[in-house]
Ligand binder design. Structure first.
Ligand code: HEM
Length: 191
């Protein structure tokens, strides 16, 4: 089944992203405000164009609340909260994973929605280290708050439905998820 396969077969890519120096500073509890701002900028530069690409496909057919799941605006809001808006550079990644069909859209969405799961742990650490919260600079990693588990289950159901209705696309969904993890990692690590 796609739910177990995708978790298992993207686990190395997840670990590799988690271990990139900027994100490792969270697990190691050495994160500074400057590093946190860089993380938000990098995530914005990836999530904003990706949400745009994914939105060209009718993902609502399987995930009706896709519009409410868009997260780029939260990243922008967090940056605006903790930096001087006028001097805020908002970079954009030009080396994105391809999104040319629904299978690839859902492979990428798997990674982007999954960020809310690790986000729970990231939220706790950033709150502890930098004193921010969901109202003040930490709304992206707050994710869906108490609804995070539920929202993830709903996403998994939509992935399952897509996989069962589009036969023989599981490999493509998983390849796309791996590609998304690795392109995000490469983008985060680029100077
Ligand atoms: C410091 C960084 C991170 C840590 C420590 C971390 C940790 C975790 C943990 C503990 C889970 C399992 C949660 C659960 O099953 O309830 C998880 C799941 C996941 N994370 Fe992360 N994460 C990090 C960053 C990210 C990022 C940046 C992304 C994507 C942009 C991501 C994507 C995912 C996905 C897709 C899953 C779901 C796996 C599945 O059950 O199918 N993670 N992460």
């Amino acid at each position: 089944m796609i739910i177990e396969r995708i978790k298992m077969q993207t686990s190395d890519s997840h670990t590799s992203l988690e271990n990139s120096p900027l994100l490792r500073s969270i697990s190691e509890k050495s994160l500074t405000l400057i590093q946190y701002i860089s993380i938000l900028q990098k995530f914005y530069g990836f999530f904003y164009p990706m949400e745009h690409h994914i939105g060209r496909f009718p993902v609502e057919q399987y995930l009706p609340d896709f519009a409410q799941r868009r997260k780029a605006a939260l990243l922008k809001r967090d940056l605006a909260c903790i930096t001087d808006k006028k001097s805020l550079p908002l970079p954009s990644c030009h080396d994105l994973p391809p999104v040319t069909n629904m299978a690839q859209a859902f492979g990428s969405l798997y990674v982007m929605e999954g960020s809310t799961l690790g986000g729970k742990m990231i939220y706790k650490v950033v709150k502890e280290l930098l004193g921010l919260d969901e109202q003040n600079g930490l709304s992206f990693f707050y994710g869906y708050g108490a609804e995070t588990g539920n929202k993830w289950k709903i996403f998994q159901q939509s992935l399952l439905k897509l996989s069962s209705e589009h036969t023989n696309t599981d490999d493509q969904i998983i390849d796309s998820a791996n590609h998304t993890f690795l392109q995000l990692k490469a983008w985060i690590e680029r100077d």
